[in-house]
Design a protein around this ligand. Sequence first.
Ligand code: BG6
Ligand code: MG
Length: 221
Amino acid sequence: HIDAIIFDLDGVITDTAEYHYLAWKKLGEEIGIPFDREFNETLKGVSRMDSLERILEHGGRQNDFTPVQKEALASKKNDHYVQLIQTITEKDVLPGVENFLKQIKEAGIKIAMASSSKNALFVTEKLGLMTYFDHIVDAATVVRSKPDPEVFLKAAKAVDAAPANCIGVEDAAAGVCAINDAEMFAVGIGDRSVLGHARMILQSTKELNLETFLNEYAKKD
Ligand code: BG6
Ligand code: MG
């Protein structure tokens, strides 16, 4: 049986993955490190500071900034991002998501969130989805960023769920690694070439359906 379904936020519940991309891209251009969507895949799911480190390394500039300057760059990116998420409303919940959350609630299965973002609560409130979640773990309380399993394990514990009885839902390669390492069942939403290490892959949130989850999960061992 399933105790809990644990969701990533950015790119799964709403399309803020695109806003993170735009904000990092803008910062990258400001410091002379342009990058494309392919490189951006390696940033998805990764914490703010870890993302910055990856970008600096990508541009061969990892030794050009002091810790204080890095903090300033990270907060500049966040300013760009925060500007983009101000106008989020209920309409920005991806198709199929709210219906799926309702199905899970009605089935008596716990719902949790495991996000790498310090803006997770703000975004979830803007989306009007707070009441669905039994627990939300955001980046503020997590020491090690995805691909480390910490955030998923914390979310499971908070809702009294055994990791083996949890399903994690992700759009990022680092997130699927985190779910696998937490010994949970990983569902990836997106491209098979990026998420091939998930147990089940959906092309879009429109395919979210509790019956499909239960059937695939039942076949897992
Ligand atoms: C993750 C996103 O959810 O949160 C990453 O996938 C982002 O792209 C990370 O960098 C950190 O977000 P924030 O809002 O704390 O800067
Ligand atoms: Mg994501």
